[in-house]
Structures are given as structure tokens and as C-alpha cells.
Design a protein around this ligand. Structure first.
Ligand SMILES: C[S@@+](CC[C@H](N)C(=O)[O-])C[C@H]1O[C@@H](n2cnc3c(N)ncnc32)[C@H](O)[C@@H]1O
Length: 253
């Protein structure tokens, strides 16, 4: 895709210019996020949803992009794609969908997929809370949530993406063998989510550790970008793998 080769964008914080590595600076509006346009030009990989509402064309595109894949996994808040891209390279027969709010990070992930020649990656530039509205029950084989924003002030707790209601929705979207993989550097958020999963009585916790890098679970680990940062600061990382109760085979993750 020529887009990725031609445009490497750098934005200067206090000026109204953006420069490309290959071109002369281009004037843009003072606060315009140039990645909005780049994401729009990146249709091969990215479906962008507006912040409110779900347009019929975006929903239809999600369905047509996913219908022929027998297996689908989703990463919620996939960031710049370090984790989902490696997972996609390991399992080319599985469609890997990253859902990311930020335009720049969605674009960077698409760029990585294109560079690696991966045809099993799609991005939703969207709020992950729309997932239950666009995805059919039982359609997903796995959900990854890596280092979600912790929102750790008391008045912000309601903003956490993982809460009992969303976990219940994810449970409904997963196939009978479906799994949830969760990592966090925030031990309070990690413990809270673990307790919510256990209390619901709907999940079997296959693995759990509050210190992934001192555990034997590390051998199969695929790190994310934030994870490498926390690891370099020696911050312990909580990890759990949960599966729907009643599953008859253990996921290969
Ligand atoms: C702390 S970062 C972690 C990124 C990546 N998972 C990693 O481990 O490197 C959290 C990411 O979640 C995204 N995010 C936060 N809330 C979201 C939401 N409701 N829907 C989609 N993405 C979200 C943020 O934009 C950010 O990229």
C-alpha cells in the first residue's frame, strides 16, 4: 500500500505545519489530527466508527469482513499493535481484530500489518463498548485485554472498560470454548477483575499470576508495547486466562 511508504508524518506541537519525511511541510489546521485522514485512507485494514452511533455501512462492512473467517480473536485497546500483530503472525488462519480509540495507534497497527504482509488483521477505530452491538453472540474465539487504562481515582472507576456488565457481554460474544486473556500492571484493577470473573460463576480461571515475569506462564507470552515498558521498569504484571465454564477443550494460548 503506497500510503504507508509515502507518508511518515511528524507533527510539531505548537505550529500549524506537519512535515512528511518525503515531502515539503504541508500546512494543516492548528489542532487537526492528521491521522483521521490517514485512517480514512486505510480502508483495506481499518473500519472507522464515529464516536456516537453505528452507521449501517460500517456495521455491514464489519459483517462482510468477518463472515468468512471460521475463527476470530479480538484485542480491546490494541494500542500500536505490538501484541496483535505478533499473534496474527503466529496464527494466519485466525482473523485478528484490534479495537482502538486512537487514530494514530490504529494507523500504526495497520502500517505494521502491511509491512509484515499480514492479511488476517483488521482494526476497528472505535470505542470497544460498541462490540456487543456489531458482533453476533458466540462469534469470537478469544478476547485479549492488555493493560487497559486503570482509571484509578475513585470518581473515575466507572470508566474502566472491564466491569461486570462488559465482562458479561464479552462472555455472550465468546464461543463455547472462548477465552479471555487479561494483563495489567495495576494490581488493584487486576485483583478486581479476577474477583468479578470468579464471582460471576461463568468463568473457569485456567491461569493466574500477579507476576508474569517470575512465573512459568512466561514461555508462551506475547508482549505488548506497554508491557515491554512496564517490564523495563520492573513493574510486576498480572496475567490471567479465563475460559467459559463448560468448555471441553483448553485454548492453545
Ligand atoms: C494503556 S494503553 C495499552 C495499549 C496496548 N494494549 C498495550 O498493551 O501496549 C490502553 C489503550 O486502550 C485504548 N482504549 C482505551 N479505552 C478504549 C476503548 N473504550 N475502546 C478502545 N480502545 C480504548 C487507548 O487508546 C490505549 O491505546
Amino acid at each position: 500500500m503506497a500510503l504507508f511508504q509515502a507518508i511518515v508524518v511528524e507533527k510539531t506541537k505548537h505550529s500549524s505545519e506537519m512535515s512528511t519525511k518525503n515531502d515539503a511541510p504541508v500546512k494543516i489546521g492548528r489542532w487537526k489530527n492528521q491521522y483521521i485522514d490517514l485512517v480514512a485512507q486505510c480502508e483495506e485494514y481499518i473500519i472507522s466508527f464515529p464516536n456516537r452511533g453505528i452507521p449501517e455501512d460500517a456495521r455491514a462492512r464489519f459483517l462482510s469482513e468477518t463472515e468468512n473467517w471460521p475463527r476470530i480473536v479480538v484485542e480491546i485497546g490494541s494500542g500500536s499493535g505490538g501484541h496483535i500483530i505478533e499473534q496474527a503472525a503466529l496464527a494466519p488462519e485466525v482473523l485478528h481484530i484490534g479495537i482502538e480509540l486512537r487514530f494514530k495507534r490504529a494507523f500504526k497497527t495497520a502500517e505494521k500489518a502491511q509491512k509484515r504482509g499480514l492479511t488476517n488483521v483488521r482494526l476497528l477505530r472505535a470505542n470497544a463498548r460498541i462490540l456487543p452491538e456489531i458482533c453476533s453472540p458466540g462469534r469470537l474465539d478469544g478476547v485479549y485485554v492488555n493493560f487497559p487504562d486503570p482509571w484509578d481515582k475513585k470518581r473515575w472507576l466507572k470508566n474502566r472498560i472491564l466491569n461486570p456488565e462488559f465482562l458479561e457481554q464479552l462472555h455472550g460474544l465468546l464461543s463455547p470454548q472462548g477465552y479471555l486473556s487479561y494483563k495489567s500492571d495495576h494490581q488493584g484493577y487486576f485483583a478486581e477483575t479476577l474477583s468479578q470473573l470468579e464471582k460471576s460463576g461463568k468463568w473457569h480461571i485456567l491461569h493466574k499470576t500477579t507476576d508474569l515475569y517470575s512465573s512459568e506462564l512466561l514461555s508462551r507470552n506475547v508482549p505488548s508495547e506497554f508491557e515491554l515498558l512496564f517490564k523495563s521498569k520492573k513493574i510486576p504484571i498480572g496475567y490471567l486466562l479465563a475460559q467459559k465454564i463448560g468448555a471441553i477443550s483448553i485454548p492453545d494460548v
